[in-house]
Design a protein around this ligand. Sequence first.
Ligand code: C5P
Length: 288
Amino acid sequence: MLRAFTLAAPAKINLILEIQGRRPDGYHSLKTVMHTLALSDSLAFRPRPDGLKVTCSHPGVPMGEGNLVFRAARELARRLRREPRVHIHIRKKIPVAAGLGGGSSDAAAALRGLSRWWGRPDYPGLSGLARTLGSDVPFFLTGGCALGTGRGDHIHPWPEAVGLWILLVNPGFHLSTARVYKKTSLRLTRKKACINMMRQAVRDKNAIKIGQNLFNHLASVVEPEHPVVSRIRQDLLKGGALGAMLSGSGPTVFGLFHSRGQARNLQRQLADRYPVCLLTRTSGSVAR
Ligand code: C5P
């Protein structure tokens, strides 16, 4: 009998999210730089003779078919010709529908865990399968820092800037990624991100330069519709963040800090104003 085990599924922020154009399949072509965080969900795997079951500590997350972890497990089992006799329990710490990639990361952790459990940790179809589950899922198979191209699903690993302090502030509502992308006007894409400057800044672990080069096209959709998001960004900058930006399609905004003390002080102040303020750090790539 296989033994129970637990895996961490980290959150991510987008240091850069640049839209390059709209694709014939309705998706947008991107250049995005993602970094994983210490803030993580955890997935507990244990044998279950009756077949696949997925549960979650968060009441808003669907349990069956609608859950990406369920689909990841069922599809991997089919491809590897295994019976998915497993119960996966997701303990949620990452805010849901917040631009932090929680659902995608949980799905990637399910693929990592189950491919190992079924004796195929190097299964070559894993990235391809991850891609069918969502644009962000391939990134979470390795995490750390990476440039994503295509839909954001073609991953080019970068050196990591582990250990930078990140304050996440979420105004307490959910945003639909599909809806945010739909409202993006390509006219807004004249401003350009500086991918090369960001690469150098990350390689040098230069938090000031990373802060100066943060970029997200989706902020030009989300901020005018939700002024609280731009207020949070201003509050983070006024509080000493080296840079602050919307993560993914939001509504979470992250601030980047030199020192834990400064970030911790601001966290205490902002916790009175905003429902979710989490202090975390950038993290390195995950073991398969
Ligand atoms: O790939 P994923 O299911 O996470 O994407 C959610 C939605 O976000 C898609 O249905 C699409 O509307 C939008 N999207 C996009 N271009 C991307 C990624 C996502 O338009 N590169």
